[in-house]
Design a protein around this ligand. Structure first.
Ligand code: C2E
Ligand code: CA
Ligand code: CA
Length: 627
């Protein structure tokens, strides 16, 4: 037994010896000792051989098991292991990885990893990726971050990525990523955050978040110099509702109030619930001008009052509830947040004091502006009823001195304040919607005048240009309104020209084109007013067929003063004269030099103080040539 197996030569010779011996031996001889020894040795070697095989086999089995274990560890680890190339393509991925992405592994290889990152996070990923690959040659540091990723079925999950840039076995830079789905943890964190910063009943931001946002808003307004506003909203008689119909009904009301607040403000504004029936709305970025900003705030406040005033349906009960709003303006860090919140609170109590369903400003000066506006609005309604408006006519002149028509410009003959110019009431009329009735009156009056001129050879050729406001033009039934007026007055539609401004044409081009086409088809003309002040582009002129283009007076006034503006005017005239059927008119012509320049460069028509100011009808008619 102590003889060791030491090579195939010895094994072969032993076997040969033994076989030869056994073949020639008689039974008696086999029983002799030397033979016994030899046989014994053979036996030992046989056993030794078998033992070796066994060892090998078990080593092999152990190896197999280890390999399975390794593959299991790699494939089924709770982590997606992904290797991506310098080009950002997936070169290796384990089973968990392909399950996380929702695509079979064979179809993932060579796919771009960034395709599985939601678009909002993709830019950040690209920056991180470039940065990490820079380090790959030096076998860089580990990087950890979170990303929102997309499963192949379209659902998103929140992933934690542990990345190691390194060189692969063949010296190519690669990125090894260990990817874990942490959506659950993220959800819990988000819920915690939601609890800390949002009101659980309405899901609006709570007082804490409002204060954070207010702080940011103050800093932003300090930079932009634009005013913002706080509106403090308190429901009238909420306590009575709670006491009579119970807390559940009260909760329903608060939830609906929150919804209405959200739909009354712009996306960038904040609507928060402080508790009870107290809400705050923060408006940002209103205007650099304090009064203008206050007017914006008032318009938003009125909108909220109206929205909250509409009936609610609470468990089959129809319920009505007015509210009171206090407002204050802010710009920069002049007033601390807590003081601002105190100020709106005080203003809200003033509003309640004045009678419910009211809005009150904390700032005296702002309140004065708003009160004046409210008075003006009331006056405007009276003006409409009592026909206090009049039209002035400003002649439009051709190069040979003929009056071809007039632009009608509205004036308000106020019983106490005298003649008021449009600048002082048209903007308010636009904000309050009164412009619709006013615009209707202007059109009817202008058409009635055209009718009166129809049978007189001195006046029958005259055209009237009427200013149309955006609000008016964007009415769904604008075309019908005009055709009704034309029918009622029974005039030749080609005598009427509507003036639109560029800013009205920015949205809904298709709808605008349809309206213009419909009216043009019956002969109504269109003039593009204030040309050059807005977002003038050739596209308007080619897509929307205007008959006339009106160079804004700001350019005309710079003729001979500013070389660039003179060049622009020349270009506008040249361009317009090249467009088929488009006529050009200059407004605000005040001097002979301006007129001469315009004539020289081919501008067919002029309007301005040089010829005449806008005049009441009789005075305008007096200027017409007598036959
Ligand atoms: P607009 O359409 O640009 O009207 C031209 C304005 O320039 C008129 O002011 C006119 O009096 C003034 N103007 C005319 N010639 C000269 C001049 O040589 N030099 C100077 N410096 N100014 C001149 P107005 O009448 O005060 O009207 C102001 C604006 O009010 C109008 O600007 C128009 O946008 C609006 N508006 C006037 N009437 C109506 C109307 O009936 N409806 C609507 N929606 N808006 C109107
Ligand atoms: Ca005009
Ligand atoms: Ca104009």
């Amino acid at each position: 037994m102590n003889q060791k197996w030491d090579g195939s030569e010895r094994r072969k010779s032993l076997r040969a010896k033994a076989e030869a011996m056994v073949a020639n031996l008689s039974p008696a001889e086999i029983a002799t000792q030397p033979t016994q020894i030899l046989l014994h040795e053979l036996l030992v070697h046989k056993v030794e051989l078998e033992m070796q095989n066994e060892e090998l086999r078990s080593a092999y089995v152990a190896l197999e098991a280890a390999r399975d274990r390794y593959v299991d560890l790699y494939e089924f680890a709770p982590v997606g292991y992904i290797t991506i190339s310098r080009e950002g393509l997936i070169s290796e991925i384990n089973l968990t990885g392909s399950t996380l992405l929702g695509v079979e592994r064979s179809k993932l290889l060579k796919r771009r990893f960034s395709q599985f990152i939601v678009s909002a996070d993709r830019d950040r990923w690209h920056r991180l990726f470039l940065n990490m690959m820079e380090q790959a040659k030096a076998n860089g540091d580990k990087h950890e971050f979170g990303l929102e990723m997309a499963h192949a079925d379209g659902s998103a999950f929140y992933a934690h990525l542990n990345c190691l840039p390194k060189l692969s076995a063949d010296a190519a830079p690669v990125l090894r990523i260990a990817l874990t789905d942490i959506s659950q943890q993220k959800k819990v964190l988000d819920q915690l955050e939601h609890l800390a910063f949002y009101d659980p009943l309405t899901h609006l931001p709570n007082r804490q978040l409002l204060k954070d946002r207010l702080q940011l808003a103050l800093a932003a307004s300090a930079r932009s110099r634009k005013y913002g506003a706080l509106l403090f909203i308190d429901l009238d008689n909420f306590k009575t509702l709670n006491d009579t119909l119970g807390h559940n009904t009260g909760d329903l009301l608060l939830q609906q109030v929150a919804q209405r607040l959200l739909s009354s403000v712009r996306q960038k504004d904040t609507a928060a619930r402080l508790g009870g029936d107290e809400f705050v709305v923060m408006l940002e970025d209103l205007s650099e001008n304090a009064q203008e900003a206050a007017i914006h705030a008032e318009i938003s406040g009125k909108k909220i009052l109206a929205a909250l005033n509409a009936p609610y349906l609470l468990d089959d009960h129809e319920y009505r509830c007015s509210s009171s709003i206090g407002a204050t303006m802010f710009c920069g860090h002049g007033v601390a947040e807590d003081d601002l919140l105190r100020h709106v609170d005080i203003a809200m109590y003033q509003a309640k004091h004045r009678g419910r369903n009211n809005l009150c400003f904390f700032d005296q000066a702002m309140q004065a502006v708003i009160t004046k506006r409210a008075e003006l609005e009331a006056d405007l309604r009276v003006a409409l009823e009592q026909q206090q408006f009049i039209l002035y006519y400003q002649q439009q002149i051709s190069q040979d001195g003929q009056i071809v028509g007039a632009e009608v410009l509205i004036r308000w003959q106020h019983p106490e304040r005298g003649l008021i110019l449009p600048m002082d009431f048209i903007p308010l009329a636009e904000d309050t919607g009164l412009i619709l009735a006013i615009g209707q009156w202007v059109l009817e009056t202008a058409c009635a005048q055209l009718k009166r001129w129809e049978n007189n050879p001195q006046t029958q050729h005259l055209q009237l240009a009427v200013n149309v406001s955006a609000h008016q033009f964007h009415q769904i039934d604008f075309v019908k309104q005009i055709t009704d007026i034309l029918e009622k007055s029974a005039i030749d539609p080609t005598r009427l020209k509507l003036e639109l401004t560029e800013s009205m044409l920015l949205e809904n081009r298709a709808e605008i084109a349809v309206k213009m086409q419909a009216l043009k088809a019956i002969g109504v003309g269109f003039s593009l007013d204030d040309f050059g002040t807005g977002y003038a582009s050739l596209a308007y002129l080619t897509q929307l067929t205007f008959d006339q283009l009106k160079i804004d007076q700001s350019f005309v006034h710079k003729i001979g003063v500013n070389h660039n503006d003179s060049v622009i005017i020349k270009a506008i005239i040249g361009m317009t004269n090249n467009l088929h059927d488009m006529q050009i008119i200059a407004e605000g012509v005040e001097t002979e030099a301006q007129r001469a320049f315009l004539e020289e460069h081919g501008c067919a028509l002029c309007q301005g103080f040089l010829f005449s100011k806008p005049l009441p009808l009789a005075e305008f008619e007096a200027l017409l040539p007598k036959s």
